[in-house]
Design a protein around this ligand. Structure first.
Ligand code: FAD
Ligand code: NAD
Length: 468
């Protein structure tokens, strides 16, 4: 029986464990915090649960525009202690579900911190040590294949070290009993944008410190523009082209010092300036596992590292920091290690969503990365022209589809809308399966529906397909 040891119980680790167990391997997973990993306990699941509560509050407040009355709709608020208590409970319950599922599938779960401990490089077997909280080795496990799935932690800006009270990382916010009087979010990547949007929707005054010309520098520019407009129209402030040099505590709150000498004051600062891969203490260099200049574990498209029999998946590889990609990299590693036929990961088909208000979902080819002169046509339909959107008073957002002019094959798309994370699926399916704009155009969508804009975009693009 092939022996597999997995270090880290996040989506990369637990999805890999499920595949390996199903294929009959003897699987041990070592986790230092809790099953589900940071994704379930502190990052993805809690943030989306908070955003769900805050979004509901905005929906109720905005329903005044649809004619709802009877209570003080425009003044409803969030009970932070309740919301955060519910989120902590939800994370623990989700972690317990993952734990139970793994146990049911026969996976051995070991609590502790693991590290590789091969004494000689190049052997066919690998050795993993498990350490307790005091650093004592409690167990040594021999494996035919090891998966490193240790994730990433918040990057700490020197001079702005989190204290868990006023200077926070995104993992500290669920301990707040009261809403911040004024939250300064430092960093406008996906994490910063989501928290800035979520807290604003929760009724908290927010200033977003963005080091770039536009928030969400990696996303579609039109989408980022819509987000900025909505954020500012709801009273959010954006300090553009502002790089934080340090964050200081004051008597009443915090001061964020910018590199150009300006300052931004608030009651709390939320640091969202990126992540660092969790490779420390794993003994990777000694075992010969190559790291990139950014400190991520280098992997190929079937999750192999530079050491035969040692695989890596998820945020520790820095490939695409998404739970879905982590899970797929983990599964692929196990299929490969256990001799199954496996296709290398196809990153061009990954769909991703920014859970702001409105949401921004993307898949495939994007304008920012498209080489000049590419044989690609684009159509953009504003949400405001969609009948269903009008009925619900949705004004901000659009559907954008990219298709090859020569063949009509759909190669990418962007949806900016409430629920964009659900609406992107037909476009993702088209990109993954090489469907054409005609396939979209000829699909019956419901009338009235937001997805009607996707089939309509297909019809518009049909007219541009090269028929020569
Ligand atoms: C605020 C936030 C929101 C996000 N929202 C989304 C989202 O909506 N959708 C999405 O797709 N992605 C989202 N992401 C990204 C997503 O959370 C990550 O891509 C995902 O968690 C990566 O999974 P992983 O298994 O690689 O690592 P993790 O989930 O970080 O799990 C790694 C685990 O390894 C454990 N570990 C580390 N070192 C050791 C060791 N030496 N021994 C034993 N255990 C160890 C850690 O305790 C941890 O539990 C979000 C990220 C952040 C920061
Ligand atoms: N919905 C989702 O799927 C989701 C949600 C959150 C995070 N994630 C993923 O997690 C990963 C990490 O995202 P992130 O947003 O935490 O990190 P990031 O590295 O993507 O963004 C950090 C931002 O902080 C800025 N920054 C750095 N130093 C700064 C300073 N001193 N002052 C001001 N700004 C500064 C950077 O320019 C950058 O724009 C990403 O790959 C992201 O896609 C995904």
């Amino acid at each position: 029986m092939t022996r597999i040891v997995i270090i880290g119980g996040g989506p990369a680790g637990y999805e890999a464990a499920l595949v390996a167990a199903e294929l009959g391997a003897q699987v041990t997973i070592v986790e230092r915090d809790g099953m589900g990993g940071a994704s379930v306990l502190s990052d993805c699941v809690p943030s989306k649960a908070f955003i769900a509560a805050a979004g509901t509050m905005t929906t109720v407040r905005d329903s005044v525009r649809l004619g709802l009355q009877g209570t003080e709709l425009s003044a409803v608020g969030l009970d932070f202690a309740h919301v955060n208590g519910r989120i902590r409970g939800l994370a623990v319950a989700q972690s317990a579900d993952v734990h139970a599922r793994l146990e049911n599938e026969g996976v051995e779960i070991v609590s502790g911190r693991a590290r590789l401990s091969d004494v000689i490089q190049g052997l066919i077997e690998h050795t993993v040590e498990v350490l307790d909280a005091d650093g004592a080795v409690t167990r040594t496990i021999v494996a035919d294949a090891v998966l490193i799935a240790t994730g990433a932690d918040p990057r700490v800006l020197p001079g702005a070290e989190p204290d868990g009270e006023r200077i926070l990382t995104w993992r500290d916010v669920y301990d707040l009993e009261e809403p911040p009087e004024h939250l300064v979010v430092v960093g406008s990547g996906v994490t910063g944008a989501e928290f800035a949007s979520g807290y604003l929707e929760a009724g908290v005054p927010v200033t977003l410190v963005s080091s770039r010309d536009q928030v969400l520098p990696g996303e579609d520019s039109d989408a980022a523009e819509v987000l900025e407009e909505v954020f500012q129209s709801r009273g959010g402030r954006i300090a553009e082209r502002s790089r934080a040099a340090a964050v200081r505590r004051t008597e009443k709150g915090v001061v964020v010092e910018l590199t150009d000498g300006r300052t931004v004051e608030g009651s709390h600062a939320l640091m969202t300036v990126g992540t660092v891969p969790n490779t420390g203490g794993l003994n990777l260099e000694a075992v010969g596992v190559a790291l990139s200049p950014s400190g991520h574990v280098v992997v190929d498209r079937v999750s192999r590292t530079s050491v035969p029999g040692v695989y890596a998946a998820g945020d520790v590889t820095g490939v695409f920091q998404l739970a879905s990609v982590a899970a797929m990299q983990g599964r692929i590693a196990m299929w490969h290690a256990l001799g199954e036929a496996v296709a290398p990961i196809r990153l061009k088909t990954v769909s991703a969503n920014v859970f702001t208000h409105p949401e921004i979902a993307t898949v495939g080819v994007q304008q920012k990365t498209m080489p000049e002169g590419e044989d690609v046509d684009v159509v953009r339909l504003p949400l405001a022209t969609n009948a269903r959107a009008k009925m619900s008073d949705l004004r901000d957002g659009f559907v954008k589809i990219f298709a090859r002019r020569s063949t009509g094959v759909v190669v990418g798309g962007v949806v900016v809308a409430p629920g964009a994370s659900e609406l992107i699926l037909p476009i993702a399916l088209a990109v993954t399966k090489g469907l054409t704009v005609a396939d979209l155009a000829q699909t019956f969508s419901i009338y009235p529906s937001l997805s009607g804009s996707i089939t309509e975009a297909g019809r518009r693009l049909m007219g541009t397909v090269d028929r020569s």
